[in-house]
Design a protein around this ligand. Structure first.
Ligand code: NAG
Ligand code: NAG
Ligand code: NAG
Ligand code: NAG
Length: 260
């Protein structure tokens, strides 16, 4: 699992760049969401514009680092902001989503899922080792391992011709260990799918001992925007994971196109 995760992330990013035929209505919805004050205040979307407006050889890692610097210093999105984003996307991108069986009827479930997993994703994204973001360090280690700077061009080439294995310099780092600790604590059901003996074989027994490695810190600001009380989810998590993945990929695709 540890070997494939970075490639899955890169493949998702690259497919978001190439996915065709997003309607103008959807694009405009995404644009307005990126410019929405609440969204701008918690997700720092503007910092990604350099990446999106660049060309296919623009380096990705520095843009991601810059984006995280703003994101982690900003308060977390409120559940109300998440709900508002989801309902506007399902309305504005209904054509794109309906072909995959996702409709406004799924709003509550999609919002609840994002509300549930967003804090975990945010805390992993904002881990630091020393003064550097773990995500940045991992991207740089990956670049060293494959001998290439990540850009759309090099990612496309890597997807066609993926490295057969990744150095433990990429997979068994203190950063990845702490990310695993967070997932295990927040989403025990996901962690229970992982065969720890294979991790131990690759990274050693201490990798799964649950302790936070020294030098690893959480940089995310602990406040949540506009804490105006609960807009809590309904816990009805019956949406198929396929629909959720569809929703996420349409949103990320459209976001890239919208901001371009
Ligand atoms: C969603 O749409 C409503 C109505 O147009 C707007 O008031 C609100 O700001 C939008 N929310 C986001 C997050 O863009
Ligand atoms: C991509 O943009 C950079 C500047 O950011 C420029 O130096 C380079 O020549 C461009 N490459 C292509 C293939 O257009
Ligand atoms: C792993 O990192 C160490 C120290 O930075 C370096 O000496 C070694 O060459 C790296 N190994 C691989 C396979 O990249
Ligand atoms: C947001 O909703 C989730 C579940 O839907 C809940 O666990 C969490 O406490 C809520 N967060 C806030 C800040 O209200």
């Amino acid at each position: 699992m540890l070997r494939t995760l970075p490639l899955i992330a890169l493949a998702a990013y690259a497919s978001a760049q190439t996915l065709p035929s997003i309607s103008e209505t959807c694009t405009n919805t995404l644009k307005s969401i990126a410019l929405n004050a609440d969204v701008a205040a918690c997700l720092n979307p503007v910092a990604l514009i350099s990446l999106i407006s660049g060309n296919s050889s623009t380096a990705i890692t520095p843009a991601v680092d810059n984006w995280l610097t703003g994101l982690c210093a900003a308060p977390a999105c409120s559940n109300a902001t998440i709900t508002s984003v989801v309902s506007n996307v399902t309305a504005g991108c209904s054509t794109e989503l309906s072909t995959e069986g996702v409709s406004a009827e799924n709003n509550a479930q999609i919002s609840a899922l994002i509300q549930q997993y967003y804090p975990t994703v945010r805390s992993i994204a904002c881990l630091k080792e020393g003064s550097s973001f773990c995500v940045t360090k991992e991207l740089e280690a990956f670049e060293t391992a494959v001998g290439q700077t990540l850009s759309l061009d090099t990612i496309a080439a890597l997807i066609l011709n993926p490295p057969t294995s990744l150095s433990s310099n990429v997979t068994c780092t203190n950063c990845v260990k702490e990310a695993y600790n967070i997932i295990k604590k927040d989403i025990p059901s996901a962690a229970s799918l992982v065969d720890e003996s294979s991790i131990t074989e690759e990274c050693g027994a201490s990798f799964v001992d649950g302790s936070t490695p020294s030098g690893i810190t959480q940089s995310a600001v602990s406040t949540t925007q506009g804490a105006t009380g609960s807009s809590g989810g309904n816990g009805a998590l019956s949406l198929s994971s396929g629909a959720f993945v569809t929703f996420s990929s349409v949103v990320s695709s459209a976001l890239f196109i919208a901001l371009a």
